[in-house]
Write a protein that binds this ligand. Sequence first.
Ligand SMILES: Cc1ncc(COP(=O)(O)O)c(C=O)c1O
Length: 434
Amino acid sequence: MQFFSHRKHEWVLRWRVSGYTGSMHPSDPLNLTLENHHPAAFACLTEVGKRMYFPMGIPAQAVEAKAAPINATIGQLTDGLGKAMPLQAIANGIRGTSPNDATLYAPQGGRRDLREAWKARLDASGTGPKSLPFCTVGLTHGLSLLADLFVDGATDVLLPDPGWGNYRHIFETKNGGRMHRYPVFKDGVFCADAMETALKTVETTGVVVLNFPGNPTGYTPTRAEIKPWLDAIRRSEKPIVVICDDAYAGFVYDQDCLQTSPFHALCDADPHRVLAVKVDGATKELSFFGGRVGFVTFAVDGPATEALEHKIKGLARANVSTAPAISQAVVLAALRDPDLDRQQSELLALCQQRYEALRSSVQSASLQCLPFNSGFFLLLPVGGDPHALRKRLLDRGMGIVALPQYSAIRIAFSSTRTEDIPVLIKAIAEEINR
Ligand SMILES: Cc1ncc(COP(=O)(O)O)c(C=O)c1O
């Protein structure tokens, strides 16, 4: 049958050119199965349907490490023994939510009181024009809506390298954008000219993703380091959308690095050149991972604000419709809790303690890691096969994530007890040096 159009082959070619090293596209076996076992389903697949597959990334490795006594795989905050560490304000919100707030529909785009409360948080970190934050079902949903608004086959998408694997799935597999990776580091330090160089690849329009603190790097630049990036963005010759993925906002352990999102510095960019957008939410910031409350905020004012609100609301209406009311009520209750700041500081102090334990353990073991100063992770380049190292550590009851594309492993100190960190690092050093 002739259902594999030459467009599909073009797609595979592009996938390979953009760095995929497998001999076939990950969707090929699925398409073949459908072609053989359900020809009608196969024949009706759209282009995105043909490209789609479930990436076996970090969640799959986390499942394998589920029983490991030390599990540093997944980017969520736990007590290090697999138990959640909810902020009391969130726990109180869960207990106190009324049946009305929990069971009736929330308005499209989110509760206005919640959106206003989130905006007040953003205004406290930086002035400049901002739309009312649009409530999404977690940050991934926000990124996906932005992909639907701004990315198709003619869009150049600039992604951090190293960067979160799901970006590629959202912007390339789903929306068919042209991926370009820009280096966050060069020779082990922040790469000052990365953005200027990367922006030259934008042919018509572009989307740039900034992610600080970064996943998987755990890095946030200093004000001086980010300056050439922001200058290059402001001067962009082609119209671009700059998405600041601030999933790990606030988890910064070094006074020298940026304490707030680069979004705030881009709010006044020339609207002929740049639209800055902030994607953030309660997932990590309020340790409410299962709550699925995210926000999208555009750096706009005037009539464009309402036009963009209409567009994003229309898109959300066409996929999840309104976000869950119960989670929105819980986040709102937490934001109104006068003790929230103190509770967040306490959580931050715990993360700082783990971070410092990791820094000193890595130093004592003389391991050469990439710079890290924030967020939930450390990225450690390893000679040899990171998956083989991961398996050996699993045999010793320790879970980490292998990232073969970076010849590195990722250690999530967010889910590791302070006292386990030296044990884990010692084992990693032994396995690397054996
Ligand atoms: C950089 C980054 N952005 C976005 C997300 C997605 O957040 P959410 O779980 O709210 O969809 C994650 C989750 O790990 C992340 O690491």
